[in-house]
Design a protein around this ligand. Structure first.
Ligand code: HMG
Length: 438
């Protein structure tokens, strides 16, 4: 066991790097130069990034790719995607192109309500607690006026607060369950500030409430926090076309393609092992746009997967049908996003991503991101039920393998040509590279 370090957060950036390199890299100066190579030469820009988080030593790059040709509600978009995995951007682009020629994607926001809760313990008479809550409810709204004023002016704010008795799940456990409309803000800070004020008002008023006994006056707040589960902040994206228009080549007729595609979706609906991978493919599209637009992908991930389990078993987020000769494929997911606040005005690439998307409102962005998820799932399923995933994925991954073995420009050109007509596998690439080098 090594010695712990005290005061690391107070070290300068250089000293932090020295410390890391000394303790974890046997004082290898090479490591220092790699870390520093990733610093931006523009000091101001570097400082901005340093200050996004704590204990920053350098930057961690992800590529930002563009998937063009997305026709969404009759508007055309080029979608920015920040992701490390090859073939995702290509798959999205290919699906966008496919649906562009078939009327594009339709998307609609179903609801935009967000949720926050004050979790507390109460020991006493529940009727008295209910009466107290009804009496104090108006004051809960009043005491948050300083926080909610601007949001209300913009048309949002606190929608409602209800008292929930949770004692069936946990002894003495109750909640103030509040709902919010936060418009173009993701709303985490706004919601948490409101909740902390509710908790303060609630406990202070309880102490003054004459009907309560001494024990009942002692309401114990456990925590006040928003929920990243937002089943009432929902968006739906859909594509549809005549079944015969699904046929792009002679391998499968439109009808056969639709049947196999629907079977693949049905399997993901009933089989959790498949559903997780199926939804992972959807999240390839969703996370990459969430990241590119400076949103919180952990919140989105947690909320989306909870939604996928809402009927008690983890299941597919997409669905598909074939009725009266029309193939339909759709996705419905909860997404709490912001296009103001957070990193949106700070991170230069986020600003560019939002400008590229034509300065979307949060509702617009919900639709774009849901579409990116649907497109990704379409591309993956299409490959899975026809060529298999490896053909296209490995074709895109070829460059990574060549880079791993330090192929030079001429070697890359030769081997890219070679693998246009040969299957890409890790071993096949190594062998071809060795042959070339001999
Ligand atoms: P292809 O038919 O070989 O591509 O597909 P193509 O060379 O004929 O080009 C057709 C179009 O694809 C292009 O049109 C682009 O839109 C796009 P163009 O630009 O020429 O007018 N495209 C590209 N875009 C950018 N850069 C490229 C590029 N190549 C093609 N280099 C493709 C190749 C990979 C697109 C196809 O095989 C595919 O969609 N595969 C699915 C890949 C996928 O889903 N990847 C995600 C990672 S795998 C995973 O994590 C999820 C999974 O497990 C989920 C699940 O199980 O459900 C699969």
């Amino acid at each position: 066991m090594g010695k712990s370090v005290s005061g690391f957060s107070k070290f300068s950036k250089s000293k932090k790097i020295d410390w890391i390199v000394e303790h974890y890299f046997a004082a290898n100066e090479q490591v220092k130069s790699v870390i520093k190579k990733y610093w931006n030469s523009d000091d101001k820009l570097q400082q901005l990034h340093d200050e996004f988080i704590e204990n920053t030593i350098t930057n961690y790059y992800l590529p930002l790719g563009i998937a063009p040709n997305f026709l969404i509600n009759d508007k055309i978009y080029a979608i920015p995607m920040a992701i490390e995995e090859s073939s995702v951007v290509a798959a999205a682009s290919k699906a966008a192109k496919f649906w562009y020629d078939r009327g594009g994607f339709k998307a609609e926001v179903i609801s935009t309500t967000k949720i926050g809760q004050v979790h507390f313990m109460y020991h006493g008479d529940v009727d008295k607690l209910n009466s107290f809550f009804l009496k104090v409810k108006k004051k809960l709204f009043e005491d948050t006026k300083a926080i909610t004023k601007n949001m209300i002016l913009r048309g949002g704010g606190i929608l409602d607060i209800v008292l929930k008795d949770k004692r069936q799940e946990l002894d003495n456990y109750f909640q103030l369950h509040a709902t919010f409309e936060t418009l173009d803000a993701m709303g985490a800070n706004f919601i948490n500030s409101c909740l902390e004020q509710f908790a303060k008002t609630f406990t202070e008023e309880a102490k003054k409430y004459d009907d309560f006994s001494a024990e009942e006056k002692d309401i114990q707040i456990v925590m006040s926090i928003l929920s990243n589960y937002v089943p009432d902040c929902l968006v739906r994206a859909e594509v549809s076309c005549n079944v015969e228009d699904l046929n792009e080549n002679d391998a499968l007729s439109g009808e056969e393609f639709a049947r196999k595609f629907i079977q693949a979706v049905e399997i993901a609906k009933v089989e959790p092992y498949r559903a997780v991978t199926h939804n992972k493919g959807i999240m390839n599209g969703i996370d990459s746009v969430v990241l590119a637009t400076g949103n919180d992908f952990r919140a989105v991930e947690a909320g989306v997967h909870a939604y996928a389990s809402r009927h008690g078993r983890y299941s597919s987020l997409t669905d598909a049908s074939l009725e009266n000769g029309v193939f339909k494929f759709w996705l419905e997911i909860p997404l709490a996003l912001g296009t103001v606040g957070g990193l949106t005005r700070l991170h230069p690439m986020v600003k560019i991503a939002l400008e590229l998307l034509k300065h979307p409102t949060a509702k617009d962005l919900m639709q774009i991101i849901a579409v990116a998820g649907l497109a990704q799932n379409f591309a993956a399923l299409r490959s899975l039920i026809t060529t298999g995933i490896q053909q296209g994925h490995m074709k895109m991954h070829l460059m990574n393998i060549l880079n791993q073995f330090n192929a030079n420009a001429a070697e890359k050109e030769t081997l890219i040509n070679h693998f246009k007509s040969n299957a890409v596998t890790h071993n096949a690439v190594i062998e071809a590279l060795e042959n070339l080098r001999q």
